[in-house]
Design a protein around this ligand. Structure first.
Ligand SMILES: [Zn+2]
Ligand SMILES: [Zn+2]
Length: 138
């Protein structure tokens, strides 16, 4: 059984060059199976904790990539220039909030997502757990 998560807590890329430390729990935890999240993570869904900006400290070298979402707003992916791991990101629609890739905490005890967005785009073999609310789009 995984231990409950304690804070402060550090998320890092696989080479360890880029890390973020959070001092408080996330305000929300979401998963998203939109095709952009599948493409950017290389996996079935993104799994993100959204933290208040002042609870987050970034250390290490970071590169950023901004894309424009279907809604016309920017999304900035912040990743390690050495290994490419996207440790955190920012969304224009959520000012003063930083999304952290929960997998980068390497913590199996981390809280579950409240919702899976774009459940309609999830891989056909993936049954959404009963404790997670599927949202068909966004
Ligand atoms: Zn790295
Ligand atoms: Zn998505």
């Amino acid at each position: 059984m995984a231990e409950p998560t304690v804070y402060p807590k550090t998320a890092s890329c696989i080479c360890g060059g880029l890390a973020v430390t959070v001092t408080a729990p996330p305000q929300m935890v979401h998963a998203c199976s939109c095709l952009d999240c599948q493409r950017s993570t290389g996996s079935a869904f993104s799994y993100s904790g959204f933290f208040a900006e002042d609870a987050v400290t970034v250390s290490g070298e970071v590169r950023s990539y901004r894309r424009t979402t279907d809604a016309g707003r920017w999304q900035e992916m912040d990743f390690c220039p050495v290994c490419g791991g996207c440790v955190f990101y920012r969304l224009q629609v959520l000012p003063k909030i930083i999304g952290v890739s929960i997998g980068c905490f390497a913590d199996p005890g981390f809280g579950k997502p409240e919702k899976l967005f774009w459940a309609s785009r999830r891989p056909h073999w993936f049954d959404v757990p009963a404790a997670v609310e599927p949202v068909e789009t966004q």
